[in-house]
Design a binder for this molecule. Structure first.
Ligand SMILES: Cc1ncc(COP(=O)(O)O)c(C=O)c1O
Length: 410
């Protein structure tokens, strides 16, 4: 590592994702590790983007985003949450949710400020916090077999731990629901506790809701904190075309927030990328503002992905894993506890063996801990099910063959 590199990047090193991907390639593994669909998103959107690429101005877009897309986002967010955001002052188009995360964190966090994050967590949060000089304060999501997990019937928060963490004060809290990597959807009761803490500390709540349309359970409980009483002025909400429309390559995301919070976000966004490519924005806007198209597309999503989750769950169970179904997102968590007779076996080791022996790649969740050490006993792997039936079928055959051959050699 270069001695010239700024110190704040030192903790990150080379990502385990890179290592796992290289190993997966070397063994020609079926890749259920990476969170992107291996099938194209809707052709209607592609056609509009192609049309705009040929015909729109193709120069810098307005920094805050193309007007047509800001209007479409405003309408979609209103439909989803009941909250109305002014397209001119309260909606900003970003270069994916990732840039939105960087902009929001850097808009509100001063060096030394505490940022509450539920761990395991999506990796961009830790990097954005480090860049701002903030302090990541983790609140653990306990795994389903622990006492807290059993009481929560899935990945759960120990609310005494939560209260102890927020008692030290905080400037920003990050909430990702539906949650990557656990698939958890925070319940209304949980959101109430979270919102009270945010209001009580006059902090900002960054809601990463990129999986908002990939919801399979607890539909009745699903609520965005922005719709909770008195929260509009505290919440900055993020979503993205990557997950909603299945185009992770577009890198078009959006932020909605009250005008006073948005002014800060826009300053950072302007300094990072200034703007995002106009043709993609306009193409998306055309389809997103076609009400009948967008509502029928969004309604079809959960059923399409639920079928994939069902299939992968069944295959993993037959191969000896215990599955914690995703309530939302396109990741499920599977425990290999029975394969190792309850011993604590490092998830990175198990994941590598699975690539070598079964030729199926999954992500070890210990890579998603940044503010604390991963639990010593974390016998879980994250599998992505945003894959074609053919890919899932191939993974299933390999897992079953591996299980029939005696499973892991640990
Ligand atoms: C929770 C979460 N937030 C944000 C992102 C990034 O979204 P985008 O591709 O729009 O930058 C991802 C991608 O995997 C994610 O899982």
């Amino acid at each position: 590592m270069s001695m010239k590199m700024a110190k704040r990047w030192a903790p990150f090193g080379t990502s385990i994702f890179t290592e796992m991907t290289q190993l997966a390639h070397a063994h020609e593994a079926v890749n259920l590790a990476q969170g992107f669909p291996d099938f194209p998103g809707p052709e209607d959107v592609l056609k509009q983007v192609a049309h705009e690429t040929l015909h729109c101005h193709n120069q810098y877009a307005p920094a805050i985003g193309e007007s047509s897309l800001r209007q479409a986002v405003s309408a979609l967010v209103k439909e989803k949450t009941g909250i109305e955001y002014c397209p001119n002052e309260e909606v900003t188009i970003t270069t994916g949710a990732t840039e939105a995360i960087y902009s929001v964190v850097n808009a509100f966090v001063n060096p030394g400020d505490r940022v509450i994050v539920f761990e395991p967590c999506y990796d961009s949060y830790a990097q954005a916090i480090a860049n701002a000089g903030g302090v990541l304060v983790p609140v653990r999501l306990h795994s389903p077999e622990t006492p807290v997990g059993l009481a929560s019937r899935g990945w759960g928060v120990d609310w005494n731990e939560f209260r102890a963490s927020v008692a030290g004060g905080f400037k920003l809290m990050i909430l990702n629901s539906p949650h990557n990597p656990t698939g958890k959807i925070f319940t209304r009761n949980e959101l109430e506790i979270i919102c009270e803490a945010v209001k009580g500390h006059d902090a900002v709540l960054m809601c990463d809701e990129v999986y908002e349309y990939l919801v399979y359970q607890n539909l009745d409980e699903l609520a965005s904190p922005v719709a909770m009483p008195g929260m509009r002025d505290f919440v900055v909400r993020i979503s993205s075309s990557a997950k909603t429309f299945g185009f992770t390559g577009f890198k078009v995301g959006w932020v909605t927030a009250s005008a006073s919070l948005m002014r800060a976000v826009r300053l950072v966004h302007q300094g990072i990328v200034f703007c995002t490519n106009p043709a993609t924005q306009r193409g998306l806007a055309t389809m997103m503002s076609d009400i009948s198209w967008v509502s029928s597309y969004l309604q079809s999503l959960p059923a399409q992905y639920a079928k994939k989750q069902d299939f992968l769950e069944e295959s993993l169970k037959q191969a000896g894993f215990a599955v914690q179904r995703a309530q939302g997102s396109y990741f499920l968590m599977a425990s290999y506890d029975s394969h190792v007779q309850g011993a604590a076996v490092r998830d990175t080791e198990f994941a590598k063996q699975l690539i070598r022996d079964a030729r199926v790649a999954a992500i070890p969740p210990s890579v998603f801990y940044y503010g604390s050490e991963a639990p010593r006993r974390l016998n879980w792997l994250r599998f992505a099910f945003c894959k074609t039936d053919l890919t899932l079928q191939k993974a299933s055959e390999r897992l079953l063959e591996w299980a029939r051959g005696g499973g892991p050699k640990v």
